[in-house]
Every structure is written in structure tokens, then in C-alpha cells.
Design a binder for this molecule. Structure first.
Ligand SMILES: NC(=O)c1ccc[n+]([C@@H]2O[C@H](COP(=O)([O-])OP(=O)(O)OC[C@H]3O[C@@H](n4cnc5c(N)ncnc54)[C@H](OP(=O)(O)O)[C@@H]3O)[C@@H](O)[C@H]2O)c1
Length: 269
């Protein structure tokens, strides 16, 4: 049996469980979760029909693939605890822990070779995320494909070299917050022009969702799509001019750069 294990049974593990089960990649009888809270174990058992307990080394001994889904600050302790079992059993480890590079994972696990690192983002919680994946140099290609199959149940997957993971954090990791800030500003703009907040929110969310979908489904670049809705001397070009005057494009680029720098600082790079 190809058992999948999750160390940490929080939000990200649950999203993977939900998406993986719905997509048929995971089967309840082949999933084990190790997480400390008794209530949480009970909830996961009842909701998804999986095995849940708190024994990290046992989980490593019993699974072929182990997803590390704990908070960064507890990961070092967990690695120490499972090192012996990892060295003996050698499952594939997939880490979603932000800011924890493959080299540190490998060292923490006593030199194991099968390691994949993934940077998902928050919309993964509603199966609309985008995840960047990379593998350690000595990790077999099929391990990366196995991880890709699971994470594609959470949305898009993109292969990115680990050296660019801080940039991924700056763009898609922190990006949802930039989009929320943009939506908030759209709503305030609508309210200022007399729309009720409720109507302005529906219009703003629908616009952002629809524009992103239009781009994805037509495969057109943003320049072509902008041209489609910008008639000469019209309303949209007047709005775009106001954004350009206030440095919108540069401000968003700077946001990505600032978050990338901060991710680099936090991961000790
Ligand atoms: N959520 C996101 O959108 C997102 C996006 C990108 C990356 N990530 C990464 O995903 C990881 C998990 O994030 P999350 O949002 O799922 O956090 P979370 O909801 O807090 O989940 C962490 C889980 O780990 C459990 N845990 C704590 N100590 C443990 C131990 N020693 N052994 C096993 N399990 C332990 C916690 O249990 P208790 O609550 O009982 O302590 C909790 O269930 C983080 O490293 C984060 O960087 C998350």
C-alpha cells in the first residue's frame, strides 16, 4: 500500500487531504496524520476517514511519502525526532514549510536524498492555489512528479529552481495580500462614488475573479487584454492614466521586491 503521511494536521494538511481525496490521489485508508491535538485527531478521523494519532516517528516508519506541514518554528524539533526513522525507512519527504531550504531539511534528516520543497499559497485552502515545487539534486524525477500530482489537487503547479523560491514567496506567497489590498481600494473607490459597500464588494470581487479567468482562459497577455477594454478617449484609459500618474505599476513591482528581500532575510540567505 502506497501510504501518505502528514506531520501536522492543520490548515494546509487539511486542504491537501480534501483536495487529494476529491481528486482520487489519496484514499482514506492509505492516509495517516500525526498531530498533537486530540480534538483535531478526532475531527480528521470523523470527517475524512483517515488514521490520526500523535507519533511522528511511527508515521515515518509506516508511510512511503511524508508531507511536513508544521509551522517553521517547530520543524527543527520534528526533524530531530524523526531522523532515525527517516534514515532507516527513507520515504519521500515533501515540505511545505515556508523559509526552510532543502539543504537544511537534508541536514536535519541526517542526509536523506528524497526531498521535495513546495511553496503553496493561501488560496490553496479553497483549492485555487498556485504551488511552486523544486527537488533536491539527487531526488529522482518520479518523486517530483508524485508531489506535483498531489499539489495539482490544490490548483496550479509550477516547477521553479530553489534559488528563486524567495521570489516565489514575494509574488505568489504574499501576492494574495496585494490583491486583497487592491480589492479593498476598488471597494472604497466605489463607495466614494455612491455604491453601497455590499454592492461595491460584489462588483470588485467579481471583477478580479473574472479578469483573472479571462486571462487564463484566453491565454492572452495583460497588454492585449487591456487594449481590448480601452477605447480611444474613453473611460478606461482615463482610469489607467490615474493609476500610471500615481506609480501603480512601480509600486506593485516594489512590493514583490520588498517581500522577496524579506523572505531572503528570514530564510537566512
Ligand atoms: N496556510 C497557508 O496558506 C500556507 C501557505 C504556504 C505555506 N504554508 C506552510 O504550511 C505549514 C503549515 O501551515 P498551516 O497554515 O497548516 O499551520 P497550522 O494550521 O498551524 O498547522 C500546523 C499543525 O501542526 C501541528 N503541530 C504542532 N506541533 C507539532 C508536532 N511537534 N508534530 C506534529 N504536528 C505538530 C499543529 O497542531 P496544534 O495546532 O495542536 O499545535 C497544527 O495542527 C507552515 O510551515 C507554513 O509555512 C502554509
Amino acid at each position: 500500500m502506497a501510504r501518505w503521511g502528514f506531520i501536522g494536521g492543520g490548515k494546509m494538511a487539511e486542504a491537501l487531504l480534501r483536495g487529494g481525496l476529491a481528486a482520487g490521489i489519496l484514499k482514506p485508508q492509505e492516509v495517516l496524520i500525526s498531530t498533537p491535538g486530540k480534538d483535531r485527531q478526532e475531527y480528521l478521523r470523523k470527517t475524512y476517514g483517515v488514521a490520526a494519532f500523535f507519533d511522528n516517528p511511527r508515521l515515518v516508519r509506516e508511510c512511503e511519502t511524508v508531507v511536513l506541514a508544521v509551522k517553521p518554528q517547530v520543524l527543527s524539533g520534528v526533524l530531530e525526532e524523526i531522523r532515525e526513522a527517516a534514515r532507516k525507512h527513507r520515504p519521500l519527504f515533501i515540505s511545505v514549510v515556508a523559509g526552510f531550504p532543502l539543504e537544511r531539511l537534508k541536514a536535519g534528516l541526517g542526509g536523506v536524498e528524497r526531498l521535495v520543497r513546495v511553496m503553496p499559497n493561501t488560496p490553496a485552502l479553497v483549492l485555487s492555489g498556485v504551488s511552486a515545487l523544486c527537488k533536491a539534486p539527487e531526488t529522482p524525477e518520479e518523486d517530483l512528479s508524485r508531489a506535483e500530482a498531489l499539489f495539482s489537487a490544490l490548483g496550479e503547479v509550477v516547477r521553479v529552481p530553489e534559488a528563486l523560491f524567495d521570489a516565489v514567496t514575494g509574488l505568489s506567497g504574499s501576492g494574495p495580500a496585494y490583491v486583497f489590498a487592491f480589492i479593498e481600494a476598488l471597494v472604497d473607490g466605489g463607495v466614494r462614488e455612491g455604491l453601497s459597500r455590499e454592492v461595491a464588494e460584489r462588483l470588485a470581487v467579481g471583477t478580479v475573479l473574472g479578469a483573472a479567468r479571462l486571462m487564463k482562459e484566453t491565454g492572452k497577455d495583460p497588454y492585449a487584454l487591456k487594449a481590448m477594454v480601452t477605447s480611444p478617449g474613453g473611460t478606461t484609459i482615463a482610469g489607467l492614466k490615474a493609476l500610471a500618474d500615481r506609480g501603480f505599476h512601480g509600486a506593485v513591482m516594489e512590493a514583490v521586491a520588498a517581500a522577496t528581500r524579506r523572505a531572503r532575510e528570514l530564510s537566512g540567505g
